[in-house]
Design a protein around this ligand. Structure first.
Ligand SMILES: [Fe+2]
Ligand SMILES: [Fe+2]
Length: 279
């Protein structure tokens, strides 16, 4: 097992969340934010501006004429899609950079799971009218940021190990790696200016005893994570227990069957955003 100091070195070497994502995340906390606010943030980033214009002018939208003004593009895409593209574009490199992944973690799988959890969190937030969908999306996308740090620290030492009978993810990680991904995420997020609600949702999303005291976004991220894994998006170790925490379901007024029933909706939304990000 490698040392805590090495984990801290990995965390300190991780680039900070880009400023444009930090600003968008802060903005969507305000339920009354205006389209002009998001336009003025996006305008500060030429790469994102170009990406959004390209997306708007792609075959997905089939516009009669080419848009050249980012204000028009944001209006056409809608703030929901703009938040999705900004957050996903600013986060993908943490998960999808194959150069920094040990062979045991497939970059495409870990990124698709992160994106799917973002979409599932957003869908649940909207359906249950809990938290802000953009904040939920961001929390879901970043929920496994601790896995990234943990896997970089362990490098090629990360070998698949079978869970014990009935063992859950957190217990498995603590036994095999000496730390779990959610607590490691806390060390990463200590260095990033994300809203407190987002930090708690990520750090506590497997902590049954904290779910009831936290804002409901924590339960949303927990349920989304498990829903996505149960729908087959992600690669948990074979035999790992994938049960929802009863506290999370109770808090959100759900049961396991109804929750799994959201899967077709989030898979449709996932396909949409994957198409948007591929432009
Ligand atoms: Fe998790
Ligand atoms: Fe996850």
């Amino acid at each position: 097992m490698k040392t805590r100091r090495q984990l801290q070195d990995v965390i300190e070497s991780m680039p900070p969340l880009p400023e444009v994502a930090v600003q968008v995340l802060a903005l969507v906390q305000d339920p009354d934010f205006a389209i002009e606010d998001i336009v003025s943030i996006v305008r500060t980033d030429p790469t994102l501006t170009a990406r959004l214009l390209k997306l708007c002018n792609s075959s997905i939208y089939s516009l009669a004429s080419t848009l050249t003004d980012i204000r028009d593009a944001v209006g056409r895409l809608g703030t929901r899609n703009v938040v999705r593209v900004v957050v996903a574009s600013c986060s993908t490199h943490y998960f999808a950079d194959s150069a920094s992944r040990p062979r045991a973690l497939d970059p495409h799988t870990i990124w698709r799971h992160a994106l799917a959890c973002g979409v599932a969190s957003e869908v649940l937030s909207e359906r249950l009218d809990v938290s802000d969908p953009g904040t939920a999306f961001t929390s879901g996308v970043l929920h496994d940021i601790g896995k990234v740090a943990l896997s970089q620290q362990l490098g090629e030492d990360l070998v698949p190990t079978s869970p014990l009978p009935g063992e859950g993810l957190v217990a498995y990680e603590r036994r095999v790696f000496g730390a779990d991904h959610a607590s490691v995420a806390g060390l990463v997020l200590d260095r990033w200016p994300v809203p407190a609600e987002v930090r708690r949702a990520i750090v506590d999303h497997h902590e049954a005893h904290k779910l009831l005291a936290d804002p409901p976004l924590t339960a949303i991220v927990h349920v989304a994570d498990l829903m996505v894994l149960r729908a087959g998006v992600g690669a948990p170790a074979d035999g790992l227990e994938l049960e929802y925490l009863p506290e999370a379901l109770r808090l959100l007024g759900l049961d396991a069957a109804r929750t799994d029933g959201f899967a077709p909706r989030f898979l449709t939304e996932l396909a949409k955003i994957e198409e948007m990000l591929a432009v």
